[in-house]
Design a protein around this ligand. Structure first.
Ligand SMILES: [Zn+2]
Length: 311
């Protein structure tokens, strides 16, 4: 049986993976630590050696981010900036790959993935929903220049779209996470479509660019034909799940060995003390970065590994 060879190298998640993902995601109020007991490894053993033939790396170009803070904050890896947040700096991310491991088509079924195939020692951080709008978190990302991808739920962010514009201005992308966080497999196809299309319209209007990616709440329904059709009708060109889910102090891992792997997509949420047992958004995010740093990974920008369809 070579079950795990497949699950670690393919860009597209197997159906089983989606079920695992559903066990950990977007649990709304409260902490979902109990869900970890239900997690079964999709791939048992650690990655067996890095691929012999990695894509050639382009030579390092200018800065880490072409859209760095206009206010001229400290450069990525600036020890003083990290010390301000009581953190050890992460390694700098390598240059964005010239040949993107994920290539999205303009039409047709959309892929579903929870990791990106890369030999770069990077993971990707995604943050969902949008409930907590902590100004200190904007300051934190401004200082640390850690890239994040935001999956926003319209009715959770609509009271303050501007908060996320500040995070967008740091170079971070905004994606679609429905109108009101519906559990997609529990609603009919027409409702699935309106959940995605209405959020797509609002986010496009607010943020000036149509979301490229969609994430269903709880990861639910990700591999169903109805959801795939609805996504196609509304504009996003991929469904993105995750491999790890940040809680308060640690992550839930789908892998049995509880280790990050190159290309993993990590889920976190915009949450505050009410949902984090008194911890703040920046405390939670600092813990997330510490868990990544301990394992020697850099955080790369997910969109740098994805080739959007030609316009
Ligand atoms: Zn969510």
């Amino acid at each position: 049986m070579n079950r795990h060879a497949r699950s670690r190298t393919t860009v597209y998640a197997a159906g089983a993976l989606a079920l695992l993902a559903a066990a950990t995601g977007c649990t709304g109020g409260g902490d979902s630590g109990a869900a970890s007991a239900a997690l079964v490894p999709a791939s048992g053993s650690p990655a067996s050696g890095s691929p012999a033939t990695a894509a050639p790396s382009p030579s390092r170009s200018a800065g880490p981010s072409p859209t760095a803070s206009p206010s001229g904050g400290p450069a990525a890896g600036d020890a003083a900036a990290w010390a301000k947040w009581h953190l050890t700096p992460l390694p700098p991310a390598p240059p964005a790959p010239a040949d993107k491991p994920v290539k999205l088509a303009r039409t047709g079924p959309v892929p579903v993935f929870s990791e990106v195939k890369t030999s770069d020692k990077v993971v990707f951080v995604t943050i969902d929903d949008g409930a907590e709008k902590d100004p200190k978190f904007v300051e934190m990302l401004t200082d640390l220049k850690v890239p994040v991808s935001m999956f926003l739920t319209r009715d959770i962010v609509k009271d303050d779209y501007g908060y996320f514009k500040r995070l967008q201005a740091l170079g971070n992308h905004i994606h679609n996470h429905t109108v009101d966080h519906a559990q997609m497999s529990k609603v009919p196809p027409e409702k699935q479509k309106s959940e995605i299309c209405d959020a797509q319209a609002a986010l496009t209007q607010q943020y000036g660019t149509p979301p490229l990616l969609f994430r269903p709440p709880y990861g639910d329904g990700a591999n169903t034909p109805a959801l795939n059709t609805a996504v196609q009708q509304c504009g996003p060109r991929a469904v993105v799940l995750w491999r790890e889910s940040m809680q308060i102090h640690d992550m839930q891992y789908q892998a049995a060995d509880k280790k990050l792997r190159a290309g993993d997509i990590v889920l976190a949420h915009f949450r505050g003390p009410k949902d984090l047992k008194g911890e703040t958004m920046t405390q939670m995010f600092g813990e997330l970065l510490a868990r990544i740093q301990e394992q020697g990974f850099a955080v790369a920008r997910l969109e740098d590994y994805i080739e959007a369809p030609a316009a």
